[in-house]
Structures are given as structure tokens and as C-alpha cells.
Design a protein around this ligand. Structure first.
Ligand code: ZN
Length: 121
């Protein structure tokens, strides 16, 4: 028995296989719950419970879509610079685009790194 099962497939985008690690499964509904039951009732009072949950789910989806877009930016720039992308995997706290090989030029590595939009924290 293993405690670290293989990530499961979410499909392909631009031909790049997209996976989710199992650590992502509890986090997705946790974010929705935290937003629906904590953040939104405090910051935007007066909505119904159903509205809070729909907005919580939507926010959680958009959070992971933004992680995916970030990783796709790295992956598609890597492809434009002549590197293949193995896959993209979503994890509990973010994502990872695995590239096939190393960039030949430092400028390629810079471009691949810089296209991932940064979170403002
Ligand atoms: Zn990045």
C-alpha cells in the first residue's frame, strides 16, 4: 500500500496532460467552505446561505483555474522555446509544470520563468 498515490487525470489543455494530486481534493471544498461560511458573511453580509455557497464554490474554482493558467503560461512558453512539457499537476497549495529537459539558453529560462503571473501577497 502506498500513501502517495499517482495524481489523477483532469484531461488535456493544448495537448498537455493536466493532473491533480490527491492532496488537492480536500483543499478545494475547504476553500469553498472557508469562503462561504467565514469570509463572505463577514465581508458581504445580507446574502442567503445558498448564495454564499455558490460564490464560495465559484471562488475556489477560479483560484485553481488561475493556478492552472499560471502553469499553462510556463508550459506554453517552454514549448515556444523548443522544450516539451511533460504535464501539469495541481497540488494542495499550487501547481507544477514539469518540462522535458533544460533550456539551452539562459534567455529561454528567463522567458519561461517570467511568464507565470505572480501572486500579489
Ligand atoms: Zn510559476
Amino acid at each position: 500500500m502506498t500513501l502517495n498515490p499517482k495524481p489523477f487525470s483532469l484531461g488535456r489543455i493544448f495537448g498537455i496532460p493536466i493532473y491533480a494530486h490527491y492532496s488537492w481534493l480536500p483543499v478545494f471544498p475547504f476553500y469553498a467552505w472557508a469562503i462561504a461560511s467565514g469570509l463572505l458573511p463577514r465581508e458581504a453580509p445580507g446574502l442567503s446561505t445558498v448564495q454564499y455557497w455558490l460564490l464560495g464554490l465559484l471562488t475556489s474554482i477560479l483560484l485553481f483555474v488561475s493556478v492552472l493558467v499560471h502553469e499553462l503560461a510556463h508550459a506554453t512558453m517552454a514549448r515556444a522555446e523548443g522544450l516539451g512539457t511533460g504535464n501539469i499537476t495541481l497540488y494542495m497549495f499550487g501547481g507544477l509544470a514539469s518540462l522535458n529537459g533544460q533550456p539551452a539558453q539562459p534567455s529561454s529560462e528567463f522567458k519561461i520563468a517570467i511568464v507565470g503571473p505572480r501572486r500579489v501577497s
